[in-house]
Design a protein around this ligand. Structure first.
Ligand SMILES: [Zn+2]
Length: 175
């Protein structure tokens, strides 16, 4: 399986990348940014700045404020590379999530950015890392047993990516 030191480094890098984003970076990554009105000093300046960034990055953005929030939303045409990314991620999850369930973990998606993702267990500290572009899957979540003996309850992630015949049979079932 994959070198645990390398997996740890990849997880740290992904988390740092997601944490360190400014508003425009977050808009690029997730397609939207939302703040509470009281957290933004000058609403019009905030909207102008993100619109300016969007223009220089040649993306389309819509901004506005209502109901106590100010927001920016990326207006996108469906790009073929985005569809390919979604397909690669799904294939990665179809491969990785059954491993976690077989090891009795209760996997949920914690962070995702581009082709990389981190999953965690809902009842132990195991982390799993996957990169669909580099074909890397590793971490305790996908390689080591969950310390809990009881079969795990199914998560949405498990339901979507594990064949029904491999679901934990004696578990309490979906909550
Ligand atoms: Zn676990």
């Amino acid at each position: 399986m994959h070198d645990p030191v390398d997996i740890r480094r990849r997880v740290d890098r992904l988390v740092a990348r997601v944490d360190g984003r400014d508003d425009y970076g977050q808009l690029l990554a997730s397609g939207q940014v939302i703040h509470r009105l009281e957290d933004v000093e000058d609403i019009e300046a905030w909207r102008a700045e993100i619109s300016r960034d969007a223009r220089s990055g040649e993306i389309k953005v819509r901004t506005g404020f209502n109901d106590g929030i100010v927001w920016a939303l990326r207006v996108r045409r469906e790009r073929p590379e985005r569809q390919a990314e979604v397909r690669r991620l799904r294939e990665l999850l179809l491969r990785a999530v059954p491993l976690a369930v077989e090891l009795r973990h209760k996997p949920t998606l914690a962070v995702q950015d581009g082709d990389a993702l981190v999953c965690t267990c809902g009842r132990c500290s195991a982390l799993g890392y996957g990169d669909a572009a580099e074909n890397v899957v590793g971490g305790a979540l996908f390689e080591d047993d969950c310390p809990n003996e009881e079969p795990p309850a199914l998560t949405a992630l498990a339901m979507m990516h594990v064949p029904r015949s491999c679901w934990p049979s004696e578990g309490p079932g979906p909550a």
